[in-house]
Design a protein around this ligand. Structure first.
Ligand SMILES: N[C@@H](CCC(=O)N[C@@H](CS)C(=O)NCC(=O)O)C(=O)O
Length: 217
């Protein structure tokens, strides 16, 4: 299998699929395409018809979108979802809500693992999305007793791992004890650690500004 991903520092959807692939225990080759460069789109298009990463290639099968990739891998490695039917349904709801939701948080606090700051202003919709996430985490963790949302690491945790990265980068003040414990568990996971280590090693391209009007890359 080949997994096509974006920068480890920036690509939250790649991080989700990559964590699921690691936890699946199915060996894979990783192909990294740096985002926001002149040739990003054409490079991604060599593999992914959606022009987005992540994309998984398994022989003749191409799967794009982090959730589709996760479900594909869960067919090979059923331990990626909880065993219990009701828990599995709940874990899927968590992952799907993450996949389709939280637009304000994703826009205002995009993943940037190298970034360390204290954000001064959060929009009301970002605040309410953060509170929703904390409420979801509290409910799952109080039922499972942790360390992960449904006990063992599942696809739901892979989907929330980039949220933990954002909370850390933007200095989001979390008071919930269970959320702090969960964030520690995510940070201490060996695969998350490896992703973060590799993100820290990436060298961003310097951005050169100029005074011609309306030029981008
Ligand atoms: N819904 C998609 C979103 C994928 C996505 O937006 N990927 C971004 C990187 S995190 C991308 O490929 N951007 C490249 C571009 O827009 O040029 C998923 O879950 O995989």
């Amino acid at each position: 299998m080949k997994l096509i991903i974006g920068d480890k520092n920036l690509s939250s959807w790649s991080m989700r699929a990559w964590l699921v692939a690691k936890k699946s225990k199915v060996p894979f080759e990783e192909i990294k395409i740096y985002l926001d460069r002149k040739d990003t789109k054409s490079e991604i298009l060599k593999y992914s018809p959606s022009e987005k990463v992540p994309c998984l290639i398994d022989g003749p099968i191409t799967i794009w979108d982090s959730l589709a990739i996760s479900e594909y891998l869960a067919e090979k490695s059923p331990h990626l979802w909880p065993q219990d039917k009701a828990q599995r349904a709940l874990a899927r709801s968590y992952a799907c809500e993450m996949h389709s939701g939280f637009p304000s948080l994703r826009t205002q606090c995009s993943m940037d693992i190298r970034l360390q700051m204290q954000i001064r202003h959060l929009t009301p919709s970002t605040v309410s999305e953060i509170n929703r996430i904390l409420f979801m985490w509290k409910n799952a963790l109080s039922a499972s007793k942790g360390p992960f949302l449904f006990g063992e690491f599942s696809i739901a945790d892979a989907f929330f791992a980039p949220i933990v990265m954002r909370f850390l980068s933007y200095g989001i003040q979390i008071q919930s004890k269970s959320a702090l414990g969960y964030m520690k568990a995510i940070q201490s996971d060996p695969d998350v650690k490896l992703w973060v280590e590799e993100a820290l090693k990436e060298k961003p391209d310097p951005v050169i500004f100029n005074d011609s009007q309306n030029t981008s890359l």
